[in-house]
Every structure is written in structure tokens, then in C-alpha cells.
Design a protein around this ligand. Structure first.
Ligand SMILES: *Cc1c(COP(=O)(O)O)cnc(C)c1O
Length: 399
């Protein structure tokens, strides 16, 4: 069949892992990973089909269950994350939903941080309660609130750090300790940190989820997601859910995202470098009333950043003095940086959360999350840093 180039544990560093790990070469000996765009698989005999279905022969059966290109993506990111097992999904939200659905049942309770990506908040706050799973949202940066929210039936905890859009940091190890004590599964949405800058499993989390749509693709093409955790839970709970409900990743997306992983370290390093320089520039500007960047010493949780992250961020959050009007004037004066709600892209993108991504949660919830009308979220791309700085400087002059 295929020459499997993965042989398990090697001491490769992340960049090498992301180029080579998880490759499965066909007899043609192709250099680049093959795209197996097929729904199903054929068997040489009725006995072979029987063996595939009863598990005696561990080959492929149907692409809703597993597919070779998707397996390559899963094996590569699994090696980077240091996880035992991974399941790729059609989108980041499919991954979050899968991780939560595979963790709870009616009568259980979930504690989650308030500062969540909008759709994650919808699942916790609106969707789960419809199926008899109650949830409590807490200020994730306050460990006492996590403790107070715990109930005897708490089975899952969920957070993202750095948070969207205000780049707050949650102490993952502290929440993981609590989760262990009460017997809940801690799920961390690690999109903003990327697998390169933060390893939640090493900090004690049980599950890591990604929207691969963001930095892993990094060029704005495909949606995708992945759930990473221990072998037992993935096999017993996650696999059956994927098999029978169909949130799997398409082989085409897996192929794009697999190739995206190869350049992830280069891209994220460049984006972080530019983001740091833009943050430093903005920090000295009188028209900027607030600057939040996890790579700077003036970040409110700089001590936790040092403990749990390997570098800053590709994202910068800042508040333009003068509310919505000033923020809009700044945004509209940008030439190079485009207005979009996406992030992690090669193209730099700016968002005004109060009127877009966080419009629907309402003013009160925005106040709670410190998302003022002047806050902007910048996802730094791969353009020349000087061009980006010039664009930001020019827009600021227009405010
Ligand atoms: C984008 C995003 C998601 C959802 O991912 P999709 O691929 O768009 O479904 C979830 N969590 C975070 C933190 C995100 O940024």
C-alpha cells in the first residue's frame, strides 16, 4: 500500500516535525503529500471487507470515518502538539462542538470563561442548556470564580487564552489543577497562541482544540479544525461522534492545511515580529488610550505570559481615544490593512469587535468583557513590517 514515513517518537524540533511528520508515501514515491480525494475504498475480497469492518485489518473504510490525507494532517499536528491522538473536523466550531459534546451528557454542568469566541459562547450559553447541560460563565482570569462555579456535576471546563479580542491571559495550569480536583475535562481553545507558542497539554489541560482556518492555513483558503487529546477518549468518545454525525474534515482541506503546517513556524514568527513592532509603536501614541499585547511587559498578566507562552502574539488589541467614531475613522483611513473579521491570515486584517464579532452579545456583555467602542483588533499578516507601520501611522494621523 503506502510507505509510512512516520515511525512515532523522534527528537525532531517543531519546524522539522511540521515538514516531515505524518507523511504517507504511495508506491509512486511522491515528494509532496498526496491528495486522496475519494469517498470510499475497495477491497480485494469479501473476506478483506469483513476484516476491515470488524477491525482485524486497520485500513480505511469510508472518508467520514478516516481518510489517508486527513490522517496525515492529524498525525503531523498530533506530533507537534505532543498529543496521543487527534481528530480533524470541517471547521474550528465543529472541533469545539465535538470536544464539548464528547465530554458531557444531560444532567452535567460546564464552566467556561466569559471571554470566548462568539460561537463558542453560543454553544455553552444557548445550545448545551437545550440538551440538559447547564453552564456557568466566569471571568476566566479570576481563579476564585472558577472555584465558586464548580458543582458536583461539573464535567467540563472550557477556555481560550489569549482571549478574543482583548488578549487577556488565563492561567491554564491553575484551571487545569482545579479541573483535575473536581474530575472535569479541561478543553483549551488554543487558536490565538498557535501550537507553537503554547502547549496546553503540558500545562495540564486534557483537550486542545484549534480552528485550523486561522494560522494553520494562514492564507485564507480552507476552513478546518482539530481536537487533540489522549488516545482513550478520542477512540471511545470522539471517534464514534465523528463517525456517526459527520463533522469530519474534507481530504481537500486536509491537504491544504497539511501543507500550511510546513510553513507555520516561518509565518507565525514573521507575524509576531511585526505585531511586536506595531504594538511598540502604538504604545507611544497619545491617540491610543489602551494597548494590549501579550509580548510586552506592560501586559496586565505579563507574569503568566512568561510562564505559559513561548512568545507574544500575531494579534494586537488597542483602543483609539474617542470611541466608535475615532475607531471607524482610523479603520477607514487604512490602505493596506483590510477590514475583515478573520485572523491569522497572510493579509493583515482589522476588526472593530463592538460592531461586528461582538455586536450580538449586547452592550452589557461587552462592558463586562472590557470591549469598549474604541477597541480594535489587528491580525498582523506577512506584509513588510515597514509598510504596515506606515499604514498604521497614516491612519492614526487621520483620527
Ligand atoms: C475562528 C475561531 C473559532 C472557530 O473556527 P472556524 O474555523 O471559523 O469554525 C473558534 N475559536 C477561536 C478562538 C477562533 O478564533
Amino acid at each position: 500500500m503506502t510507505e509510512n514515513t512516520k515511525t512515532g517518537k523522534r527528537n525532531w524540533r517543531p519546524a522539522t516535525t511540521l515538514v516531515h511528520e505524518g507523511g504517507m508515501r504511495s508506491p509512486f514515491g511522491e515528494t509532496s503529500e498526496a491528495l486522496y480525494l475519494t469517498q470510499g475504498f475497495v477491497y480485494d475480497s469479501a473476506e478483506a471487507a469483513e476484516a476491515r469492518f470488524n477491525g482485524d485489518d486497520p485500513g480505511y473504510v469510508y472518508s467520514r470515518y478516516a481518510n489517508p490525507t486527513v490522517s496525515m494532517f492529524e498525525d503531523r499536528i498530533k506530533a507537534l502538539e505532543g498529543a496521543e491522538a487527534a481528530r480533524a473536523t470541517a471547521s474550528g466550531m465543529a472541533a469545539v462542538n465535538l470536544a464539548l459534546m464528547a465530554s458531557v451528557k444531560a444532567g452535567n454542568h460546564v464552566v467556561a470563561s466569559k471571554a470566548l469566541f462568539g460561537s463558542c459562547r453560543y454553544i455553552c450559553e444557548t445550545l448545551l442548556p437545550r440538551f440538559g447541560v447547564e453552564s456557568t460563565l466566569v471571568d476566566g482570569t479570576d481563579i476564585d470564580q472558577w472555584k465558586k462555579a464548580v458543582r458536583p456535576n461539573t464535567r467540563a471546563m472550557f477556555l481560550e487564552s489569549p482571549t478574543n479580542p482583548t488578549l487577556e491571559i488565563i492561567d491554564i495550569a491553575a484551571v487545569a489543577d482545579l479541573a483535575k480536583t473536581v474530575g472535569a475535562r479541561l478543553i483549551v481553545d488554543n487558536v490565538f497562541a498557535t501550537p507553537l507558542y503554547q502547549s496546553p497539554l503540558e500545562l495540564g489541560a486534557d483537550v486542545v482544540v484549534y480552528s485550523a482556518t486561522k494560522h494553520i492555513d494562514g492564507q485564507g483558503r480552507c476552513l478546518g479544525g482539530v481536537v487533540l487529546s489522549d488516545e482513550e477518549w478520542i477512540t471511545e468518545e470522539v471517534m464514534p461522534f465523528v463517525k456517526h454525525t459527520g463533522p469530519h474534515m474534507s481530504p481537500f482541506s486536509a491537504w491544504v492545511l497539511l501543507k500550511g503546517l510546513e510553513t507555520l513556524p516561518l509565518r507565525v514568527a514573521q507575524q509576531t515580529n511585526s505585531a511586536g513592532q506595531i504594538a511598540d509603536f502604538l504604545a507611544g501614541q497619545s491617540k491610543v488610550s489602551r494597548l494590549i499585547y501579550p509580548g510586552r511587559d506592560d501586559h496586565p498578566q505579563a507574569d503568566i505570559v512568561k510562564r505559559q507562552m513561548r512568545a507574544g502574539s500575531t494579534m494586537v488589541a488597542f483602543e483609539i481615544d474617542g470611541g466608535k467614531e475615532a475607531a471607524f475613522r482610523f479603520t477607514n483611513a487604512l490602505d493596506l490593512i483590510r477590514i475583515s473579521n478573520n485572523l491569522g491570515d497572510a493579509k493583515s486584517l482589522i476588526t472593530h469587535p463592538a460592531t461586528t464579532t461582538h455586536q450580538s452579545i449586547g452592550e452589557e456583555a461587552r462592558e463586562e468583557l472590557d470591549i469598549s467602542d474604541g477597541i480594535l483588533r489587528l491580525s498582523v499578516g506577512l506584509e513588510d513590517t515597514l509598510d504596515l507601520l506606515e499604514d498604521v501611522e497614516k491612519a492614526l494621523a487621520a483620527v
